[in-house]
Write a protein that binds this ligand. Structure first.
Ligand code: UDP
Length: 373
């Protein structure tokens, strides 16, 4: 079969590889001039520091299949992601843990005491939290919410937290211990030579042709028995019902000698500070030595038609539009939609790879039992 894939991020690359290994011919169309999508990394020409061009990506997973898969295409170096946040001119640890609580409240509580104390801060009038703010007020109380979540979230999403789904906050744990690892997963790592070399290795197969700086057009579709679309869901339909909302990011570069902030990611919880965080990229590769440093302030804003989409907003008013596009995507023949943009969901890299493997299994299984894709 001839398979056309739009997008050379993790989704497109993983599916391309599976089909090529089964003897199919695959052409991957990538509109940017590089592979790896928003995970793209490249060395800064001046300093040699590995830059995550579209913002920090830290690999973490509890999925053994995904962990084994990524290790098959490059060396992963254990990396424990730690995040700090500056609020009111002071630095605290994230995710909220016993040290954060004790520093904020100027106490010296033990785990049980702190748990009870935080429970007392909970707003008892909230049942099932209907939005981000209610989720925070119920689980961490007003003081922690206002210090660490309110300002950051308003900047990140451009909306009042009462308008955002509770699910966004569920990504972040609250810990009653001094453990300050940002993620809970058993495997947490960074690729020694960046994500782009991993995606290049996945795509390096004689059955795969990659066309950079080449979007897959309507005219191209007829050349293939099946198309896998990892671009924006609404783009496939020519945005005919309107555009699904995304946040995009602007980066402001900082260059300095030595070490700028002493950690990879410093969040800024105050609403008054216009950026959400500063990422200092050499700290994502602590095994390397660099005398100089490069960091980026991140500013979040609504994504325009010519901007790079990052975070799907998925607000109530996007839901009707999304339902409509999803129904049409499910009914469409000759095309499969996958990935963060193709399914309009906030996906971590490991979930993206896991879903791409599962989608390949399903498509290859359909083919081998004589069904159409
Ligand atoms: N968040 C916050 N304060 C922080 C960090 C995160 O309020 O210092 C909220 C914010 O709404 C964010 C969500 O928690 O969108 C999820 O954070 P995460 O670190 O998972 O965001 P990502 O890494 O995807 O940018």
């Amino acid at each position: 079969m001839q398979i056309g894939i739009a997008g050379a991020g993790f989704s497109g690359a993983v599916i391309a590889r599976r089909f090529a290994e089964e003897g199919h011919r695959v052409v991957v169309f990538e509109q940017r001039d590089h592979v790896a999508g928003n995970c793209h990394t490249e060395r800064d020409p001046d300093t040699g520091i590995m830059i995550h061009r579209y913002g920090p990506h830290i690999f973490h997973t509890g999925d053994e299949r995904v962990w084994n898969y990524i290790n098959g295409f490059g060396e992963m170096v254990p990396f424990n992601h730690r995040v700090r946040t500056t609020v009111g001119g002071r630095v605290y640890l994230l995710p909220v843990n016993l040290l954060t609580i004790n520093q904020l409240f100027e106490t010296a509580m033990g785990p049980d005491e702190a748990r009870e104390f935080i429970e007392m801060q909970s707003d008892p009038t909230i049942g099932e939290p209907a939005n981000f703010e209610e989720q925070a007020l119920k689980f961490v109380g007003r003081r922690i919410y206002e210090a660490f979540f309110y300002g950051y979230t308003r900047k990140q999403w451009g909306l009042d937290p009462t308008e955002l789904p509770a699910s966004i906050l569920k990504r972040l744990p609250v810990r009653f211990s001094y453990e300050d690892s940002y993620f809970n997963h058993p495997h947490q790592a960074m690729p020694r030579h960046g994500y782009t070399t991993i995606v290049e290795a996945i795509l390096d197969h004689p059955g795969i042709e990659v066309r950079l700086s080449t979007p897959l057009t309507d005219d191209d579709r007829v050349d293939f028995d099946h198309v896998v679309w990892t671009g924006p869901l609404d783009a496939w339909f020519g945005y005919d019902q309107g555009r699904l909302g995304y946040r995009t990011l602007d980066f402001e570069e900082i260059r300095a000698d030595g070490d700028l902030q002493g950690c990879s990611v410093m969040n800024y919880g105050d609403f008054e500070t216009p950026f959400t965080r500063i990422a200092e990229h050499k700290h994502f590769a602590p095994w390397e030595e660099h005398d100089k440093t490069v960091a980026f302030r991140e500013f979040s804003r609504l994504c325009g038609p010519d901007d790079t989409p990052y975070y799907p907003i998925r607000l109530a008013n996007d839901k009707g539009l999304l339902r409509d596009y999803v129904a049409r995507a499910e009914a469409a023949s000759g095309v499969t939609f996958v990935g963060r943009l193709g399914t309009y969901r906030y996906l971590d890299m490991d979930v993206t790879i896991g879903e791409a493997l599962a989608a390949s299994d399903q498509m290859l299984e359909s083919l081998s039992s004589g069904r159409t894709l």
